[in-house]
Ligand binder design. Sequence first.
Ligand SMILES: NC(=O)c1ccc[n+]([C@@H]2O[C@H](COP(=O)([O-])OP(=O)(O)OC[C@H]3O[C@@H](n4cnc5c(N)ncnc54)[C@H](OP(=O)(O)O)[C@@H]3O)[C@@H](O)[C@H]2O)c1
Length: 288
Amino acid sequence: MSKKICMITGANSGIGKAASIQIAARGYHVIMGCRSRARGETALEDVRAKSGSDAVDLLIVDMSLQSSVREAARHIETAYDRLDVLIQNAAVFDITHKQIAFTEEGVETIWATNHLGPVLLTELLLDRLKENSQGRVITIASKGLMAKPFLRVDLEDPEFRQAGFDVTKAYYQSKLAQIMYTYWLAQRLKGTRVTANCIRVPIVAIDTNRYPNMPGFLRSLYLLKTRMGLTPEQMAETYTFLSTSDEVSEVTGCYFDEKNRSVKSRRYTSDPDNIARVMQLTMRFLDI
Ligand SMILES: NC(=O)c1ccc[n+]([C@@H]2O[C@H](COP(=O)([O-])OP(=O)(O)OC[C@H]3O[C@@H](n4cnc5c(N)ncnc54)[C@H](OP(=O)(O)O)[C@@H]3O)[C@@H](O)[C@H]2O)c1
């Protein structure tokens, strides 16, 4: 039997890169989905060296563009004979980003990257995941949502075309939508051998050098937060556990914390009517 294959997006830095190393070291063939060839190639070299595995590939995909996501899915279908794990890790959250931005396909960038791209890629690869004895989809949300108890996905204006743009709201809205997509998917996948779970990521150190335009005071704040948080390697342990452990091979529709415990998400996210509304909205953006 060929090696199990795990595709992870946003794999050139932070938690995604650390998880690529750990999962490759466990004997999985890892496909690192990255938008920048230069950053991807540098990370690929490092992941191969640190995992001691050559079964690590780079796949260029810009998760904000549906055309790029479709091309990546086609590539996976033709170049690989299986897909066992799909980790939707890529996301944008740059708090220096004050102005609304739209992709070249005309969608607000955070909504496009953090929610629509992951949904589209997952949907396009579901049949491939179903072919194995067991497939796993893992999505990523944020513990920071606990500080936003009243936030909802704005069903009328998810792209801030009418309301003033707020990067924090845009980011957390996309993460709420990812949790709801995971529950929706797990429900739809009942009776198949594919599971869908979401990870609640707490504060994890980020590389502030990735944000050269970050003002000094914000940089100091981030450094402080970073000292209090987990390292990407520590957080990646949960990604690795959910991707590879037999303990969770049949667990689906759950929200996991950094200690690999199943925790509750806000009641809003598990309400079937809310989920149906958010998924109807989501599908209006996607031609699937
Ligand atoms: N760090 C935290 O405190 C924290 C807290 C809660 C949740 N999270 C979540 O944890 C996950 C990993 O974050 P991290 O901390 O490891 O941050 P990170 O180092 O900034 O990683 C984000 C990754 O996503 C990639 N990415 C962004 N836009 C993309 C696009 N359009 N197409 C493809 N890749 C794209 C980035 O690539 P580029 O190098 O090209 O930008 C980068 O590799 C994210 O989902 C994040 O929302 C993190």
